[in-house]
Design a protein around this ligand. Structure first.
Ligand SMILES: [Zn+2]
Length: 253
C-alpha cells in the first residue's frame, strides 16, 4: 500500500477483456475510485478489493463511459447494507448532472440510504480535491468535449506521484499535472477531436519530465493496441507500458 489498480483501460467501446477506463487508488485508510462504469462492485470484487472500504468517488467528466456505473454503485451498496458515508467529487457541471441522473431514479425515496456528499472541485488549475492520511489529490481542467479534469496524486508514504490525463487533447495542463511524476497515465484514443495519440502522449510525458508512461483509454476489439507502445517511444525516452485491466502499480516506499 498504497496502490493503483486499473479496473478498465478501453476507450468508450469496451470488449471482453477491457472495461471502460476507470481505476482504484487504495491506501491504508482511504479507497478512492476514479470514474465509475458498468457494475463497479463486480469489477472491484474481481480485482480483490473490499468494496466496503470505498470512501471516495471522483468523477472526471460526464460521459457515459466514465459515469454510467454511478446508479449501480449507489443502489448495490445500499442494497448490500452500506451505512458508511461516501464522498463524490467532480466539477459542478459533472455533479449537477449526476444528481439529476440519480433524481430520475428517485434515489431520495430509497429508505435508509447511506449519506452521500457531493464535493465540487474548483474549475481551476491544481485545484485541491482531497487530502487524507494516504494521499493528496489535485485536479486541473483539460481539453475534452465537455468539462473534464485531469489529476495529480501525491502519495505521502513514498513521496511518489501519479498523474492521469483523463480524456483530453494534448495540453499544457497535463504537462503541469505530471511535472516530474513517477507515473503518467495518459489516454491514447487517437489524434481525434478531444483526444490524444500515443505519440502525442509521449510528447506530453517528455515535456513533463515524467519517469514512466502508461497508455490507457485506447481502442480495443479488432484493433491491436500493442504497437501504441512503440509509437509513444518515438517521442518519450522513459519507460512506456500499455495499461491492462487489473494491472497494479505500487506506490509504497
Ligand atoms: Zn470522454
Amino acid at each position: 500500500m498504497p496502490k493503483l489498480i486499473f479496473l478498465g483501460t478501453s476507450n468508450a467501446i469496451p470488449d471482453e477483456t477491457h472495461e471502460n477506463t476507470h481505476m482504484a487508488v487504495v491506501g491504508e485508510s482511504h479507497f478512492l475510485l476514479i470514474d465509475c462504469v458498468n457494475n463497479p462492485i463486480v469489477r472491484m470484487k474481481q480485482a480483490g478489493l473490499n468494496v466496503w472500504e470505498l470512501t471516495d468517488l471522483l468523477l472526471t467528466h460526464f460521459h457515459p463511459d466514465h459515469v454510467s456505473g454511478v446508479p449501480s454503485l449507489l443502489m448495490n451498496s445500499w442494497l448490500l447494507g452500506r451505512s458508511k458515508p461516501l464522498n463524490i467529487y467532480g466539477l459542478e457541471y459533472t455533479l449537477e448532472r449526476v444528481e439529476k441522473m440519480m433524481g430520475f431514479y428517485e434515489w431520495h425515496s430509497w429508505p435508509n440510504f447511506f449519506p452521500v456528499t457531493f464535493k465540487n472541485v474548483a474549475d481551476k488549475e491544481m485545484a485541491p480535491v482531497l487530502e487524507n492520511e494516504d494521499m493528496s489529490v489535485f485536479a486541473s481542467p483539460v481539453h475534452h468535449m465537455v468539462p473534464a479534469i485531469g489529476l495529480r496524486i501525491e502519495f505521502f508514504v513514498s513521496g511518489q506521484v501519479a498523474a492521469y490525463s483523463c480524456d483530453t487533447e494534448p495540453c499544457k495542463e497535463v504537462v503541469r499535472l505530471a511535472r516530474d511524476a513517477d507515473v503518467l497515465i495518459h489516454e491514447a484514443t487517437g489524434a481525434t477531436f478531444g483526444h490524444t495519440s500515443a505519440a502525442q502522449a509521449g510528447n506530453v510525458a517528455s515535456e513533463a519530465g515524467a519517469k514512466s508512461l502508461y497508455l490507457i483509454h485506447y481502442r480495443t476489439g479488432d484493433f491491436d493496441p500493442r504497437p501504441l507502445v512503440e509509437e509513444a517511444r518515438s517521442t518519450f525516452s522513459g519507460q512506456v507500458y500499455l495499461a491492462e485491466d487489473f494491472m497494479e502499480l505500487d506506490f509504497q516506499a
